[in-house]
Design a protein around this ligand. Structure first.
Ligand SMILES: C[S@@+](CC[C@H](N)C(=O)[O-])C[C@H]1O[C@@H](n2cnc3c(N)ncnc32)[C@H](O)[C@@H]1O
Length: 425
């Protein structure tokens, strides 16, 4: 390809040379996923006749290299403005040459140099419709064929011990840049998709999907910032409150809950006092994903199957507690079992991944009815909340509680999931 100096990508004829990675066929799948989704957005905005119906769609292509993905999007989606960025001056020089050859669509592409999101104008925070990237994802010690390692830039390929360093940064960073409902699309190696899916779910994305390339290998992960996600400043206030040892009252996917750092005994005591709940009664814990749950409890094969099937969702598993998870020591957190749940609401998973496991008890005094409106729930408690997230919980059934400590799972409390479904698994 370098001898030819030109390379085709989704109908574009691009200049390629040693300044940037040569676009691969699997990256056409990545670009195609974003293009299809953007076109769907344009159609639904037009059909909905919304005020912003004709406004342009804002897209960031991070680690743009020779510009292939950014230019294909600009070319194929006339409503898109594309912000292409890379940390390599060489790559951007080549991208600039390709942009010059794009014609009129090129007017909707900007190019900037910087480290991932730092190159993107901060006024676009929470306004990007899509973030796309084919970042470096080869583990540092993974051997590469000489035609790759000798000719292509190291910076375009290597990404730490497990190859997930850049992907992790992008998953974490994109959430605060995307508008609610916005799309994150990432290319990765086939053996990285499971880890990337778990990471995206733990970081609070919804509708996480894996797409195959034309050769049938899983190569692209897409995910969305939840459409009803609270604004970033509210989420940061919640993080600060939890880290400072206070508690947050918030609508959850079941009822209104009291969220506090489960690993902080003083915070846990505050929750018990606020609820006037006897410390001998354990509270359930919200976790960001199965990995975080397994730091607290032991999940056998059957429990893991249930977790994989129903999490995120309204299922609390009561499982044997790991010794190291006896955080409270006495009173509140003592006991040999613990109820854990991965909540359906993305921002709750995100909060747990930021702060560690959270108390997931309802925001009402012990024995009183549960409340769906957060401000009213906060007022009903005996201690003030450090932060209240506005809004109402859907008010449906609480989670179904299943004891997975014994030989067979036992339903301890019927809830949103019916026990007949659980028995059928
Ligand atoms: C695998 S290449 C992909 C290039 C192009 N998007 C494509 O698909 O052909 C990864 C790109 O990420 C860029 N990159 C690496 N580290 C970066 C960072 N910290 N910030 C921005 N870009 C980075 C590299 O310079 C390289 O151009």
């Amino acid at each position: 390809q370098y001898v030819l100096g030109r390379w085709g990508f989704r109908g574009l004829d691009l200049a390629v040379d040693r300044r940037a990675l040569i676009p691969r066929p699997e990256t056409e799948t990545l670009a195609g996923a974003v293009i299809d989704w953007l076109r769907g957005e344009v159609r639904s905005r037009r059909a909905g006749g919304t005020a912003g119906g004709t406004a342009s769609l804002q897209v960031a292509d991070l680690g743009t290299g020779c510009g292939a993905v950014a230019l294909a999007i600009a070319q194929e989606v006339p409503e898109a403005t594309v912000h292409a960025a890379d940390c390599s001056a060489d790559a951007l020089e080549l991208a600039g040459e390709n942009l010059a050859g794009l014609g009129r669509a090129g007017a909707r592409v900007t190019i900037a140099r910087g480290d991932w999101f730092e190159a993107i104008d901060p006024t676009l925070d929470e306004r990007l419709d899509a973030v796309v990237s084919n970042p470096p994802y080869v583990a540092d010690d993974e051997p590469l064929p000489p035609e790759v390692s000798d000719w292509e830039p190291h910076l375009a390929l290597r990404a730490g011990e497990d190859g997930l360093a850049c992907l992790g940064l992008l998953v974490s960073g994109a959430r605060a840049r995307l508008r609610p409902g916005g799309l994150l699309a990432l290319e990765c190696a086939p053996d990285q998709t499971a880890a990337l899916v778990a990471l995206a779910s733990a970081r609070g994305y919804d509708d996480v999907e894996v797409l195959d390339d034309l050769a049938g290998r899983p190569r692209v992960v897409t995910a969305h910032r939840p459409a009803a996600d609270p604004p970033a400043h509210q989420l940061l206030s919640a993080v600060r409150a939890v880290r400072a040892g206070g508690f947050v009252v918030a609508p959850t996917d079941t009822v209104c809950g009291v969220l506090a750092d489960y690993a902080n005994t003083a915070a846990l005591r505050r929750v018990y006092a606020a609820k006037r709940r006897p410390e001998s009664m354990p509270v359930p814990v919200l976790v960001s994903g199965i990995d975080q749950a397994e730091q607290l409890v032991m999940l056998g094969d059957e429990a893991l199957e249930m977790a994989q099937r129903y999490w995120p969702g309204a299922l609390t598993l009561v499982a044997p507690r790991r010794a190291a998870a006896d955080v409270g020591g006495d009173g509140a957190a003592a006991g040999s079992t613990l109820g854990v749940r991965v909540p359906d609401l993305g921002w709750l998973r995100w909060l747990a991944s930021e702060t560690g496991p959270l108390t997931g008890t309802s925001a009402n005094c012990h024995g009183a009815d549960t409340l769906s409106e957060a401000a009213a729930a906060a007022r009903s408690l005996a201690k003030p909340a450090a932060h209240v997230m506005d809004g109402s919980a859907p008010g449906g059934a609480a989670s179904t509680v299943v004891d997975v400590c014994g030989r067979r799972p036992t339903v301890l409390r019927e809830g949103a999931l019916c026990s007949a479904d659980l028995a059928r698994q």
